[in-house]
Design a protein around this ligand. Sequence first.
Ligand SMILES: Cc1ncc(COP(=O)(O)O)c(C=O)c1O
Length: 340
Amino acid sequence: MIPFYDLKSMHSKYRKELDLAISKTIDRSNFISSSHDFEGDFASYTGADFCVGTNSGTSAIHLALLTLGLKSGDEVITVSHTYRGTVAPILYCGAIPVYVDIDPKTFVMDWTKIEEKINSKTKVIMPVHLYGNVAPMKEIIKIAKKHNLKVVEDCSQAHGSRLNGIHVGNFGDIGTFSFYPSKGLGAFGDAGCIITNNKKIEKKLRSLSSWGDYEIGYNYRLSVLQAEVLKIKLKYFDEVLHQKRTIANYYNMYFDNVSTASGVEHSYHIYPILRNNRKKLINNLRNIIELRTHYDTPVHKLNAYKTDDHLPVTEKISSTEVSIPLYSSVDFKKVKDILE
Ligand SMILES: Cc1ncc(COP(=O)(O)O)c(C=O)c1O
């Protein structure tokens, strides 16, 4: 049986370093801090001026929207073909998610459909770099500037993804990341962070994330133990990414559902294929390869988030998408042979 993911084998390579870092943290017993070395390391890795750690990717988005002043009744343009963690923080602010459809080839926001959704209530555009692909940031930023809107990039699935050499999260006002354990760069529990190139935004984010003195803040800090683990995993991340890209290049020879725009370096958090007989395929192979779906129900069709939107491409992709295993230790040739 080929599992969808194998974190244990991934960690075995630097297990001693991880054990030592955890042990040293127990020795120091400084489990809570409002800043950490890892933030500097991740800022350097992404080329951003500032990084603020958070306790999840969801709280990173919530803080980003609060910092940009999102209020009840405001509208945020985003996508429905994503994890609900993109959308819930918009609702936490009392704001309204307004969905645009996705591009049928890249599965990220279709920028040609954005302007028809803009009105006087629109405050933020939030594209999602889904699966590790990159949303069309040049076009999105141009539209945002024209209409005086803020941009938050949901980079939860896109550690290591770049456009024309620039790491995602640097195009908009704020980039948010999740370090959920199975993400490209994953912690040993929930964790996340925010990057920005604006000092004022960084100050406000940091204050709100740790019980700010002049406003009602939040307890959204990144824990020291998670930061220590992430610091080590970040050192090996490019090596992991290189292995994943090698496997993806192999898959790309046989499966043709992953497209990238020019200048995009995909990080292949998820490798999607599209199949009309999805249920049958997943069931038939359930004792041989673990296949998953990301996501079988778009957010606007989930009970708690239901809207009347009709998003034909989103609905088509979410009813046919199948994610296949892609990680350093996977027997990718066997995966391809079986799927063929
Ligand atoms: C696109 C996207 N946005 C937001 C989130 C929320 O991140 P977290 O689970 O760390 O809160 C996730 C994680 O699943 C995600 O994939």
